[in-house]
Design a protein. Structure first.
Length: 124
C-alpha cells in the first residue's frame, strides 16, 4: 500500500518534470523570438547611429543562451534521479551524489556564461 503510493507520487513528479521541460521549450522559443526582434531593432538603430552598445548587449545575450541548456539539463537529471530512487531506494545515497555532481557541473557552465556576458558588457 505504501510502496504503491510512493510509486504514484514518483510518477506524478516525473510527469511534472516532463511538463516543466515542455514549458521551458515554449519559453525558450518565445525568448529567442523576442531576442531576435530586439536584435533586429538594435542593429537597425546601431547602424543608423553608428553606436555599437546595442551590439555589445546582443553579444552578452547570446553568451547567456548557454544557460537555457543548463536549466533544461538540471531539470531532466533531477527527474531521472527521482525515478531512479523510486526504482532502487537502496541506492539513494549514490544517486544523490551523482545528481549533485552533475548539477554542479551544469551550474558551472551557467556561471561561466554569466561571467563571459559581464566581460562583454563591461569592457571597452
Amino acid at each position: 500500500m505504501i510502496s504503491s503510493s510512493i510509486i504514484q507520487l514518483l510518477a506524478e513528479a516525473t510527469d511534472n518534470t516532463a511538463k516543466a521541460a515542455d514549458n521551458m521549450k515554449e519559453v525558450t522559443s518565445k525568448v529567442m523570438q523576442k531576442a531576435g526582434e530586439a536584435a533586429a531593432n538594435t542593429v537597425a538603430t546601431s547602424a543608423a547611429s553608428s553606436n555599437h552598445a546595442g551590439l555589445v548587449a546582443i553579444g552578452a545575450g547570446i553568451a547567456m543562451v548557454g544557460v537555457i541548456g543548463s536549466g533544461l539539463g538540471q531539470g531532466y537529471s533531477s527527474g531521472k534521479a527521482v525515478e531512479a530512487v523510486g526504482r532502487n531506494p537502496e541506492a539513494e545515497s549514490r544517486i544523490k551524489l551523482t545528481l549533485i555532481l552533475g548539477a554542479a557541473i551544469a551550474e558551472t557552465s551557467s556561471i561561466y556564461a554569466l561571467i563571459i556576458a559581464f566581460i562583454i558588457l563591461f569592457t571597452k
